[in-house]
Design a protein. Sequence first.
Length: 130
Amino acid sequence: MNINIGQQLAFLFILGLPIASVAWTVTHEEVFREPREYCKNRSESCERLVQRKFFYLFTCEYCFSHYVTLFFLVITQFKLLYEDWRGYLIAGFALVWVANLYMNIYSRVRLDIKKERVEIEATERTLHQS
């Protein structure tokens, strides 16, 4: 399937969204807290290096995004710039980069929202004490 560079870029930025969503949800959200804490403990306590690294990948959004990207490449067969194996390789690293860009933006927005909530609560407490 030959698609032009504009379509490839659109696919790149669209596919980055679900990759970022899955990677962020598994590595940060409350719904996966218990398995993530288990993996964190195992990543610190396992004697074998391979085991520690395996469990660590479920606690790091950057690391985990590589595996989520691989899954999405398999199911979508998305290639970037080239129609052969090089297209998968370039698409893989580009998707990881885009997904992590999205996660960084999301993290910053959440931090700003939390900061505003804390400031509002402090202001309300000051007003109630007056």
